[in-house]
Design a protein around this ligand. Structure first.
Ligand code: AMP
Ligand code: MG
Length: 443
């Protein structure tokens, strides 16, 4: 059977169009797109940004562009895991608390120093944690198992030590390569660098780290009703909540926000703002509001004058009026104006795009199965409901928080999870298990 796939032609056509920076003929999709289809279309436009080098001291939160291959063993030399005395096991074979074995202390090795003194029979070398094991020593007797169990800084090594117990070969010695062998791949490309990766990179002596360039994301909010947070309220006006919330999300997901502020509902002002975003060389333009069907919703048409919209309606709740396309050759996402819709639209569409730009492997939220504490009604669209999830007898139980209207940020603040109600579902009884994203996940 011959299967004709429209996708390769479609993507060829789009890239040809993008090269010419022209306007795609025809209208964007006016259908209500399924969330998964819309996510796929959007993600297809993004690929990981170029590789740059950063110093390990500034690498936290960045994404590795190359796998890290160890060039040294870790530890790189055998060393002591205890403060104690390096010995030959034969010498202390018969040691016990009643009849300790006396050994002559012939050297003292603090961390950071080496000794070329060889252990002779009946001898011991005092050694500190992390210090290199003298060449022919077989084990380290901890100070606790000797009569020199003092912890006084600076105290000189004794002439003699009494050992109270026998010891096995290799005891309290960390051999070279115990943790990592030279040549091993130790951190996978596409991993987000956490504090523990910073530690391991440092331990390996990797000063310059290859990471993907940080995405630069322009953000502006449209609306004649919007006031800056520091302005006093006046009749008919509201404080702009979306700009700083979206700036925070952009930062939370490891990107650099370029805050273009509040823009009035005027086509010229919107165009000027979009052009400013272009001159700021951003990787993505985000806006909030003005993409619905209201009389002042100019943003979509302004974007279309110098670009193309792929879609502008998604079958989800909250967040139906969500536009995606290009302004010139820069990807553009128009989030809804209602704050909860903007938040959910960001989590569902913008987050995976930002993660893909950064070169991360895993673009999806991790989810948990949670049990509904009460019956839920949905309207058949894929819904993201604010809920508080708590652990009750080994089960995660979810209860909706407050009013689920898309303008109510309070119930989002009270929530620690978004429940995902699949499309086509209208009633879910108490006790049903649904998928949930736990909020606050940053990786
Ligand atoms: P719109 O998408 O422009 O129709 O806006 C939808 C709703 O979101 C309206 O109630 C707006 O007042 C509100 N809204 C738009 N932008 C913001 C914003 N930046 N902060 C808070 N609310 C907003
Ligand atoms: Mg508006």
């Amino acid at each position: 059977m011959l299967v004709v796939k429209s996708e390769p032609f479609d993507s060829w056509f789009r890239s040809a169009w993008r090269l010419s920076l022209g306007k795609l003929p025809g209208k964007p999709s006016t259908e209500l797109l399924d969330v998964t289809e819309a996510q796929k279309r959007l993600l297809d436009y993004f690929s990981p940004l170029p590789v740059v080098k950063v110093h390990v001291s500034r690498s936290i939160g960045r994404v590795l562009a190359d796998s890290v291959i160890a060039e040294v063993d870790l530890p790189s030399f055998p060393n002591s895991s205890m403060d104690g005395f390096a010995v030959h096991v034969f010498d202390v074979m018969k040691a016990n608390p009643e009849q300790p074995v006396m050994l002559r202390v012939v050297a003292d090795v603090p961390a950071g120093q080496i000794t070329d003194i060889q252990l002779g029979s009946g001898q011991a070398i005092r050694i500190m944690t992390g210090a290199p094991i003298p060449e022919n020593a077989e084990a380290v007797v901890p100070v606790e198992d000797t009569d020199i169990n003092q912890r006084i800084p600076g105290i000189a090594a004794p002439e003699w030590v009494k050992v109270f117990r026998p010891i096995q070969i290799g005891e309290n010695i960390r051999p070279a390569g115990l943790d990592v062998r030279s040549g091993e791949a130790v951190i996978r490309k596409g991993s987000r660098i956490r504090p523990q990766e910073v530690g391991l990179l440092s331990m390996l002596g990797v000063g310059q780290v290859s990471v993907h360039r940080k995405p630069r994301v322009a953000i502006f909010s449209t609306g004649n009703e919007l006031l800056l947070v520091d302005d006093p309220l006046s009749p008919g006006k509201i404080h702009d909540s979306n700009t700083y919330m979206l700036v925070s999300l952009i930062e939370q997901y490891g990107c650099e926000p370029i805050n273009l502020g509040i823009v009035p509902d005027e086509p010229e002002a919107v165009k000027a703002c979009l052009d400013k975003a272009l001159s700021d060389a951003v990787d993505l333009i985000l806006s909030s509001a003005g993409v619905s069907v209201g009389a002042f919703d100019f943003v979509r048409s302004v974007v279309e004058q110098n670009g193309e919209l792929d879609f502008w309606r998604v079958n989800m709740r909250p967040g139906k009026p969500l536009a995606f396309g290009h302004y010139n050759d820069v990807p553009y996402v128009g989030l809804p104006g209602n704050p909860v819709s903007a938040f959910v639209g960001f989590e569902v569409f913008v987050r995976p795009a930002l993660l893909k730009l950064q070169g991360l492997h895993n673009l999806t939220h991790t989810f948990r199965w949670v049990q509904l504490a009460e019956k839920i009604l949905s309207d058949g669209r894929e819904s993201y409901l604010r809920a508080e999830v708590s652990e009750q007898k080994d089960t995660l139980v979810a209860r909706l928080t407050g009013h689920q209207g898309s303008g109510n940020l309070r119930s989002l603040v009270q929530a620690n999870a978004l429940l995902i109600i699949p499309s086509g579902v209208k009633t879910l009884n108490a006790g049903t298990f649904v998928k949930a994203w736990l909020l606050g996940e940053t990786l």
